[in-house]
Write a protein that binds this ligand. Structure first.
Ligand SMILES: NC(=O)c1ccc[n+]([C@@H]2O[C@H](COP(=O)([O-])OP(=O)(O)OC[C@H]3O[C@@H](n4cnc5c(N)ncnc54)[C@H](OP(=O)(O)O)[C@@H]3O)[C@@H](O)[C@H]2O)c1
Length: 322
């Protein structure tokens, strides 16, 4: 297994991170355990979860799995998404963060999280408030590093400035959405990460399953997240995405590679990316994702695959200079 340094932290992480959003949901405990141990067998040491995944069941299952190997794995969790119907059951207030970190630590059977992600932006809480709470948690040893997901680049840049100004622990890792049909991260987030030496662990490398070969223009599988979950159906609802999926699958087939392997390898091959987060509901689904570790993504392949979808326009709008 190849390991990479996560941003400035010095922590060595495997080139793939296993996401556990399916644990306790589309994957029962036995299947989750099989996927976890298969990853461990190959040297994967990086596992991502969140307080909200399957109402805490993902953290509970992961907590039981890491019991015998806590010090060998790098563990994340997240806070912000609603955990109840109460007015304060969400967000990035000190109040909510302090309550939720304790629950995550308990479910995960551990005294510390290696990375603690703010899951979304919270427009009701001052950034200083959130950053101070995270800094306190770091000083208490309950989290080792703050990290951020789903924020715009300007929001992250602003937070890095506040952390520097007030000598607070800064975000050391970002978790953006990134795959062949969702390339917004290329415009500002990935260059920001490269410039500021942030770790990058992109989620949804397969577009929620879109890029696995089973979807195409007018082609849908019997079972799959894009048809089972309304939000994902909307996120990937654009008919152009299905045309890209068709072209991508054909490209992969011509080269004798499983489309899922190629999709993960394409995300991994961006120079700013530390480790894509993979996700599966079974061992059968997981194997082609792990095969990305063995695939040699040449610069030519990366370029040809990138041509299959539109690159997002530059932030300056001066596309003629691209
Ligand atoms: N920070 C955030 O906001 C955020 C958001 C999403 C995810 N995440 C993290 O990132 C991880 C990965 O995200 P993701 O699950 O969206 O990743 P993804 O790679 O885009 O999609 C994974 C899904 O694709 C399908 N799939 C996987 N392998 C397949 C195969 N070989 N053949 C056919 N279908 C296959 C499965 O869904 P079906 O069987 O249903 O088709 C699987 O659950 C999550 O576990 C979580 O840890 C974070």
């Amino acid at each position: 297994m190849e390991y990479r340094t996560l941003g400035r932290t010095g922590i060595q992480v495997s080139r793939l991170c296993l996401g556990t959003m399916s644990f306790g949901g589309t994957a029962d405990e036995e299947t989750s355990a099989a996927m976890f141990w298969r990853c461990r067998e190959l040297g994967v040491n990086f596992f991502d979860t969140a307080n909200v995944y399957n109402e805490g069941r993902s953290e509970e299952i992961l907590g039981r799995l890491i019991k015998s190997c806590r010090d060998e794995v790098v563990l994340t969790s997240k806070v912000c998404q609603p955990v109840g119907t109460g007015a304060n059951d969400r967000g990035l207030s000190r109040r909510h963060i302090m309550l939720e970190v304790e629950k995550s630590l308990k479910r995960l059977n551990t005294d510390r999280l290696d990375l603690y992600f703010v899951h979304h932006f919270d427009s009701h809480t001052a950034m200083e408030e959130t950053l101070r709470a995270l800094d306190d948690l770091q000083r208490q040893g309950k989290i080792l590093h703050p990290a951020v997901s789903n924020w715009a680049a300007w929001q992250i840049a602003k937070a890095l400035g506040i952390s520097a100004k007030d000598s607070l622990a800064r975000f050391e890792c970002i978790q953006p959405m990134y795959n062949l049909v969702k390339r917004q991260a290329e415009v500002e987030l990935l260059p920001l990460a490269a410039s500021e030496q942030l770790g990058v662990i992109p989620y949804s490398p397969l577009g929620g399953g879109l890029l696995t070969g089973k979807y195409g223009a007018g082609r849908r599988p019997a079972q799959g997240r894009l048809i089972e979950q309304q939000m994902y159906g909307r996120r990937y609802g654009d008919s152009r995405y299905y045309e890209i999926a068709d072209r991508f699958s054909a490209y992969a087939c011509e080269r004798g590679v499983h489309p899922a392997t190629l999709a993960v390898a394409w995300v991994m091959s961006h120079p700013a990316v530390t480790a894509p987060i993979i996700g599966a509901r079974s061992i059968e689904q997981l194997e082609p994702l792990l095969a990305a570790l063995q695939l040699n993504m040449t610069p030519e392949w990366r370029e040809e695959i990138s041509q299959l979808s539109d690159a997002p326009p530059p932030a300056t709008d001066r596309s003629e200079e691209a």
